[in-house]
Each structure stands twice: as C-alpha cells, then as structure tokens.
Write a protein that binds this ligand. Structure first.
Ligand SMILES: *[C@@H]1O[C@H](CO)[C@@H](O)[C@H](O)[C@H]1NC(C)=O
Ligand SMILES: *[C@@H]1O[C@H](CO)[C@@H](O)[C@H](O)[C@H]1NC(C)=O
Ligand SMILES: *[C@@H]1O[C@H](CO)[C@@H](O)[C@H](O)[C@H]1NC(C)=O
Ligand SMILES: *[C@@H]1O[C@H](CO)[C@@H](O)[C@H](O)[C@H]1NC(C)=O
Ligand SMILES: *[C@@H]1O[C@H](CO)[C@@H](O)[C@H](O)[C@H]1NC(C)=O
Length: 485
C-alpha cells in the first residue's frame, strides 16, 4: 500500500532539509552553530585542551567559551589555503602564558594549523601522536615547557614543518637521524637531555640555524657537516660533551657566521682549513683540549669580530692573532710562550696538553670516540650558566611571526621582519615568569619572534610552578594535589 500523500510531502521536506543542512550551518547535537565543519572540529579540540589546562594564571583561556573559536585568546583564524572562502583556525599563540597542563590528543583535529606556539608555559607530558594530522604545520614552538620522553618523532612526519623549537624541555634519548633528512630551516634542541651523538647524516640538513647546546650528546662532529656549506648560517654545539678532532670539512662552511663548539672535549689542532669560513663573525672554540698553533688564516678572516680560543692547550698563535685591530681575540689560559695569563708549566706538560693524532681518533657518531690518551684527571670545565639560545619571546600574532634568518620562502606566511642572526641588543627586562638574566653570549641565535633574547629559564622558578616537578605530569595530565598554590 503506497503511503498517503501527506507522508510523501513530509518525507520530501525532510529530504530537502537534509540536503540543505550543511549549507544552513545547522546546529549540532550540542546546539552550537558553526560556519563550517572545520570550526566545529576546532571547537572540540580547544574545549578538550581547555579541560587539560590546570592553571592559567593570566587568564589566556578564560574566554574559550562558545562556538566563536576565532575570538578565543591566542587563537588565530585565517582563510583556508585550500579554500579561501572557508575560515579555519590557522594559528595558536600562547607564548609566555605560564599555563600548566598537557596537550590532549584532540589537538589533532586542528588540521588547518600553520603555527603552534606555546613557548614559556608549563605544558608537560608528551606530544600527542595525533599531531601527525597537522599536515600544514609550518612552525612548531614547544620551547621552555616541561615536555619529557624521547624526541617527539611525530614531528618528523609533518610535511610542511620548517621551524622546530624544542629547546628548554626534558627530552631525552637520541636525536633521530631522520631529523637531518627533513627540509627544515631552523632547529633548536638546546637545553634538553639528548645523548648518543650527533647523527652522521648531519650534513644532509638544509637548516640555516642549528642549536644543540647544553645536551650530553658526546661523540664527534660528523665530517658530513661540510655538506652544509651553502645553507648553514649558525651552529652552536657548546657544552655537548663532544670528543675527537674538529673535522677539516668545517672549512667548507662559507656562509657560516657563528660557530661555537666551546665547552667540549675536542682535541687536536685547529685545522688551517677554518680559513675557508669566510663569513664567520663569531668563532668560539674555548674550553676544549685543542693543541698546536692557531693558524694565521683564521685570524685574518675578513668578517671575524670575536675569536675566543681561551682555555685550550695551544702552544702558539700566528702574529695576526695578536694584532687585534678592532677584533676581539681571547687567547687566555693556553700554553703560548711569552703571553700573559697562560696556563701553568705543569698544566702545559700534562697529558691533556699533548698533541693527538687525529687520524687515530675514531669518530663514530653514535658512540663517543675513545680518546687516544688515557682518561685524564683534569675535569672538563663546564660553565655554570650557559649562554645559549634563550627561550623565544612571545609574538604578537602568528601573522607577524618572524623566522630565524634567512627567511624561508613561504607560501603560507607573509614576509616578515627578521631579527639579525645574533644580536648585541641587551636583554630586555625579564618578564613575569622569567628569572634574572644570566650572562649572555654575544652570538645568541635570534629567538623566533624577537631580536631581544630572553634569559634561559631557571631549573625551577620561585613561583608556584616549582611545585610541579617535571615527572609529575603524565599523559592523563594528573598533577599532584600540591599543585594548587
Ligand atoms: C584571572 O581571573 C581571575 C578570576 O576571574 C581573577 O581573580 C584574576 O585576577 C585574573 N588574573 C589576571 C592576571 O587577570
Ligand atoms: C584528523 O583529521 C581529520 C579531518 O581531516 C579528522 O576527521 C580526524 O578525526 C583527525 N584525527 C585525529 C586523530 O585527530
Ligand atoms: C666574545 O665571545 C665570547 C664567547 O662567546 C663572549 O663571552 C665575549 O663576551 C665576546 N666578547 C665581546 C667583546 O663581544
Ligand atoms: C661525556 O661522555 C662520556 C662518554 O664518552 C661519559 O662517560 C661522560 O659521563 C660524559 N660526561 C658528562 C659530563 O656527562
Ligand atoms: C598519571 O598520574 C596519576 C596520578 O599521579 C596516576 O594515578 C596515573 O596512574 C598516572 N598515569 C600514567 C599513565 O602514568
């Protein structure tokens, strides 16, 4: 029996409204209306994140209510690159919010994100594997938080990623080989707990800035570094427990402006090939066990401003190194005859002072090279406060976000004003959550968004977050009850 005509028209009405539902932006089960499905997904992600936030002392997320996610603090919307008529969440910027919490897996729903900046917060736990969904992500800044565990390998699957900043966290284990096969422009891994050497494919990386200072990497500087000649602008490997000799291939780094391998256990001579670093301005090999004579070509480098080779075992220096002429040459605490402020005679005849045969030093990338000499009793000096790249500073908005120089050609972001690669600008007055300024290196890589480097964070600051120990946050975000102050 056919249905009565009235039912027919009801069915037709239902069918027609169903067809028009997406166009009409109909309310979902929750009664909320969104102008497109992406914004609904973003709402789900951001509400999940808000639930995973346990402290927000500056109320950055206080207005994260309701369907208008584009009005949420720190959330930036833009036309979708795939379809400019659709507005999507393209950026998150919660820099310097001092928020405590964790990253929930729902953040994988923010599939249109190009920028994710949460530096200088108290986010803990790990990076959700659902980040693999963020296929447009271009800049990821997780610096100065409390992330733990192994290197977040999910970032290696992000096809658009150019800027990776993991500095000042508690990441541990090895630096993955694949990192250097990715087409990244800047990588900051400093002040973590990475170990097990610098992967030997280092030279595959097209980065302009690479900072791995203040880890415990060990091992040698891979000879493949020479392949970075056309792209590498700054490399900072200070205080990484590196051994072996400086590879002669560093002389191929013709665009390099900053080379810092200070506070390691490097041995052997300063290769005369360094004279090939024709752009270098800041050269720091201090606090190693280098021997031999500082070659003339190094001190004559045309752009050189500051060459620090103090606290080694050099027995001589070319006359050009002594003739300062506006340049800073720091040759203190070596074994240079006739110079003041050198090491004592016993130190200069100690085992550390003896030249080594670099050809005999093994340089595996993942296992530290055994020294050709028996271990010495002289402890490696370690600076108490490491001048190294500071946590980045907050940016005004993703659209004005700057990149480390040189600027990558970006189809996503408008051109931006870049900071100089290293700045002599004095640090700004510390912001609310940061400690007093430690001594600053003169060659700090620019923080991503400011020419004013901020001081590194404290091991624990004087405020309430001292109570949140690094291990106390797990993926569930559970925190000790003490975390209420
Ligand atoms: C944040 O909001 C709470 C509650 O409304 C208020 O007591 C506090 O003063 C606010 N904090 C700041 C830094 O505005
Ligand atoms: C990944 O993104 C798609 C939409 O593009 C979404 O349907 C899916 O749920 C997301 N997966 C995760 C794990 O967030
Ligand atoms: C030269 O570089 C060293 C090492 O980075 C730094 O400590 C020193 O302050 C610099 N000197 C000048 C005058 O810039
Ligand atoms: C440096 O690496 C060696 C292994 O080569 C290790 O035994 C030593 O403990 C490391 N130094 C520090 C300070 O961790
Ligand atoms: C997370 O921490 C809570 C409270 O400390 C604990 O009950 C829970 O078992 C932990 N979960 C994991 C996966 O470690």
């Amino acid at each position: 029996m056919p249905p009565p005509p009235r039912l027919h028209s009801l069915l037709l009405t239902l069918l027609v409204s169903a067809l028009f539902l997406p166009v009409c932006f109909a309310a979902g089960d929750d009664g909320l209306v969104f102008s497109n499905p992406q914004l609904r997904q973003a709402y789900i992600a951001l509400q999940a994140w808000k639930s995973a936030i346990l402290s927000d002392p500056f109320n950055f997320t206080a207005n994260w209510n309701g369907p208008d996610v584009c009005s949420y603090g720190g959330v930036y919307c833009a036309p979708s690159p795939a379809n400019p008529s659709v507005t999507v969440v393209a950026g998150i910027d919660l820099n310097h919010a001092d928020i405590a919490g964790y990253l929930p897996p729902e953040l994988g729903l923010l599939t249109d994100l190009a920028l994710f900046h949460i530096n200088s917060n108290r986010f803990c736990g790990t990076v959700p594997t659902t980040f693999k969904n963020l296929t447009l992500l271009y800049e990821l800044d997780l610096s100065n938080n409390r992330f733990v565990g192994v290197f977040p390998t999910v970032v290696l699957s992000l096809p658009a990623l150019k800027y990776l900043d993991l500095r000042f966290n508690e990441f541990e284990g090895s630096v993955p080989t694949k990192l250097f096969d990715k087409n990244l422009d800047a990588v900051f891994l400093n002040d973590n707990r990475f170990q097990f050497g610098i992967p030997s494919n280092l030279g595959n990386s097209p980065v302009s800035v690479l900072v791995m200072a203040n880890n415990n990497l060990g091992g040698c500087i891979p000879a493949s570094i020479g392949k970075m000649g056309r792209t590498l602008n700054e490399i900072i490997l200070m205080n990484d427990n590196l051994t072996g000799c400086l590879p002669v291939q560093i002389g191929m780094l013709t665009e390099l402006t900053v080379f810092d391998v200070s506070f390691n256990n490097l041995q052997g001579p300063l290769p005369a090939a360094i004279a090939g670093m024709r752009s270098v301005e800041q050269l720091n090999v201090a606090h190693n066990r280098l021997t031999g004579v500082v070659p003339d070509g190094v001190c004559r480098l045309p752009r050189l401003q500051n060459f620090t080779y103090s606290f080694n075992y050099f027995t001589g220096e070319a006359p050009s190194c002594a003739a300062a002429g506006g340049k800073v040459f720091d040759d203190r605490k070596n074994c240079i005859v006739g110079k003041v402020n050198q090491r004592s005679a016993p130190e200069c005849s100690s085992r550390d002072a003896r030249p080594v045969d670099c050809r005999k030093l093994q340089c595996g990338s993942s296992s530290p090279a055994p020294p050709s000499q028996p271990p010495t009793t002289t402890p490696t000096p370690v600076p108490s406060k490491q001048p190294s790249p500071s946590p980045p500073t907050s940016s005004t908005s993703p659209s004005t976000k700057t990149h480390p120089p040189p600027p990558p050609a970006s189809g996503i972001l408008p051109p931006t004003a870049n900071s100089p690669p290293h700045t002599k600008t004095p640090p700004p007055t510390p912001s609310h959550s940061l400690p007093p300024s430690p001594p600053q290196s003169s060659h700090l890589p620019s923080p991503p968004s400011s020419s004013h480097p901020l001081p590194p964070p404290p091991p624990s600051s004087g405020t309430s977050h001292v109570l949140l120990s690094h291990g106390s946050c797990n993926k569930t975000g559970s925190l000790p009850s003490a975390f209420t102050v």
